[in-house]
Design a protein around this ligand. Structure first.
Ligand code: ADP
Ligand code: MG
Length: 288
């Protein structure tokens, strides 16, 4: 026979934007003591608009930076890429075709464009390559900034703005009421991460995180005695989702992330996790 809890969880989850892949995940959900959220597209809408394009190496105009970056971003599905392509389509800049396009997992994209090696990458990538980030790149805490490298040198950067999801604040209220700590891990810059964390009243955040570091963050929380749920949306999140006590793949997710996860959060909505935890607790209390 199907255990009652599985039958109930299946019914509940289907109505609430959740796909439960692992039968024990529903029962485990009531034990969650800490949640590590990714930022883009989960706590925030993941709907980026370009706010600034700046040239650092003056041999490249801002149009040229947008043009070269777009050549790469047209092949990417990342919300940042979508924002950059939206911008270029508003201008009369035409997008060149890239060669040897490659996604640098969790860090950005690269390709050869008109004989130049172009990269559009995260702050963490620059930090690793010991490339100095211009001071005015982070003048506005609401902006996410990606950097355009041409033949290994910083040519300029593109700033984009995203918004916090209205459902995030509500979900976090529920977590706090249930003594669940909420953390965020993001590849985004320190200043923007701090602003989102403060606005939502999170218990902590990890900024400029590179893919391999997510597993370490989950392990660190577990070594502090936490029963950790983690959300992730990319191939690069799969190891951390596997390490988490409850792994939650968000959105359509990548196949690998979804395969590793215990739960799939269909609408990427944090409120659905809050509902899951509340329902898990209520069901369990009724059964004992
Ligand atoms: P997050 O969800 O925290 O943004 P991701 O793993 O999706 O984490 O990406 C990490 C970082 O890598 C992004 O914040 C961004 O700086 C950079 N990045 C990833 N993909 C792209 C892309 N297509 N174009 C530009 N930057 C990208
Ligand atoms: Mg992501």
């Amino acid at each position: 026979a199907i255990p009652l809890v599985v039958a109930i969880s299946t019914a509940v989850s289907a109505q609430n934007g959740l796909l439960i892949r692992n039968r024990t995940a529903f029962e485990e959900s009531r034990k969650i003591s800490a949640i590590l959220f990714d930022k883009t597209g989960t706590l925030t809408k993941g709907d980026f608009g370009v706010t600034r394009i700046e040239s650092v190496d003056k041999q490249y105009t801002t149009d040229e930076i947008l043009r070269l970056a777009s050549a790469l971003e047209q092949s990417s599905e990342h919300p940042i890429a979508v924002g950059i392509i939206k911008k270029v389509k508003e201008t009369n800049v035409s997008i060149p075709n890239p060669e040897n396009f490659n996604a640098i997992t969790g860090k950005g994209v690269e390709a050869k464009v008109e004989g130049k090696q172009v990269k559009v990458v995260s702050p963490g990538y620059l930090r690793d390559e010991k490339i100095t980030i211009p001071k005015d790149a982070y003048s506005d805490a609401s902006e996410t900034v990606v950097f355009v490298l041409i033949d290994g040198k910083l040519a300029g950067y593109i700033a984009l703005a995203d918004e916090i999801r209205p459902e995030s604040a509500n979900a976090i209220k529920v977590f706090k009421k249930n003594n669940i700590k909420v953390f965020m891990a993001t590849g985004d810059n320190e200043k923007t991460a701090k602003a989102v964390s403060e606005k939502l009243g999170l218990d902590g955040y990890y900024a400029e995180v590179l893919p391999h570091q997510k597993v370490e963050i989950v392990q660190e929380l577990q070594s502090e005695g936490e029963f950790v749920a983690m959300t992730g949306d990319g191939v690069n999140d799969a190891p951390a989702l596997a390490q988490a006590n409850v792994g939650v793949a968000v959105g359509s997710g990548s196949d690998i992330a979804a395969e590793t996860a215990d739960i799939i959060l269909v609408n990427s909505n944090p409120q659905d996790i809050a509902n899951l935890i509340l329902f898990g607790k209520a069901t369990y209390n009724k059964m004992i």
